[in-house]
Design a protein around this ligand. Structure first.
Ligand code: NAD
Length: 266
């Protein structure tokens, strides 16, 4: 029970269609298993409800809440809901993010609409969610914020909006950590590497007209550690540590969860 009596908001706690477990759902399940009360946010309410049902089967406490986090008013509503329901907010986990599925493309092909969409989903959502939980966390003099960026920040990556927004999340998290340290608030950012999630694998299978197994094999081969992608549980376990009091003195850190990809050179 490493998060006993804590209140968490997991943004993007449902998951994209496909096989297996997404990072957001695995994190919501892990936080609840460790004793947190979890508000499961998604623009797809049905998907958030599925996460809550899975938590309920393990006797955790969770609620589904529909919000499109590209809209500030909906972010405000989500924060108010968690606070009104449970009286505090200890953890904010910002998991939403899109690349190909948001229409991202190489620079020569990117459209204005796709770029704006990716910026709103990947970056604006994170910044405004932080903006609205901060007054509560500052008043509490405690809080842990975890932002999900990507290894695309430091490895080569073909699509422009994802790379730029995920890199911005790292700088933003450092600023957030420094400026809120005096209030006892910690902020850290995770860089998942190649993970076997529905969004990463099934979206690419559809887009490139390949089978799931072909995409899996291609991605597995690129991972130094055991030549096997990570899973949503790997991201969830890293987030659990950063959210828990075990990470009490850790803030402003960028943590790769990538099977060694960040130390490959050449
Ligand atoms: N899978 C990987 O290989 C990999 C690698 C690096 C980083 N990541 C990052 O992990 C995060 C997502 O992982 P996941 O597997 O949980 O993805 P996912 O797409 O399965 O889950 C994200 C959820 O966010 C929701 N969502 C999207 N836009 C939203 C919005 N505007 N408002 C509210 N909800 C919204 C979706 O409906 C979905 O249920 C992303 O930030 C992604 O960039 C993944």
């Amino acid at each position: 029970m490493r998060l006993k009596d804590k209140v968490a908001i997991v943004v993007g706690a449902g998951q994209s269609p496909g096989e297996g477990m997404g990072n957001g759902r695995a994190t919501a399940l892990t936080f609840a298993r460790e004793g947190a009360k979890v508000l499961c946010i998604d623009r797809d309410l049905q998907s958030a409800r599925e996460t809550v049902d899975m938590i309920g089967k393990n006797q955790g406490t969770a609620m589904a809440f529909k919000a499109d986090v590209t809209k500030e008013a909906e972010i405000k509503a989500m924060v108010s809901e968690a606070h009104a329901r449970w009286g505090r907010i200890d953890i904010l986990h910002n998991n939403v993010g899109v690349s190909l599925s948001g229409g991202d493309a190489e620079l020569a092909d990117i459209t204005e609409a796709a770029f704006d969409r990716c910026v709103a989903i990947n970056l604006k959502s994170c910044i405004f969610a932080c903006r609205h939980v901060l007054p509560i966390m500052r008043a509490q003099k405690s809080g842990a914020i975890i932002n999900i960026s990507s290894m695309a920040v430091i490895t080569t990556y073909p699509y422009v909006a994802y790379k730029a927004t995920k890199a911005a999340m790292v700088s933003f998290t450092e600023q957030l950590a420094y400026q809120n340290a005096q209030y006892g608030i910690r902020a850290n950012v995770i860089l998942p590497g190649l993970m076997n999630t529905p969004m990463a694998v099934d979206t690419r299978a559809r887009e490139f007209k390949k089978t799931r197994a072909e995409i899996e094999a291609q991605r597995d081969a690129q991972v130094p550690l055991r030549q096997k992608m990570g899973t949503g549980w790997d991201v969830a376990n890293a987030a659990l540590f950063l959210a828990s009091d075990e990470a009490n003195f850790i803030t402003g850190v960028t943590l790769p969860v990538d099977g060694g990809a960040s130390v490959r050179r050449g």
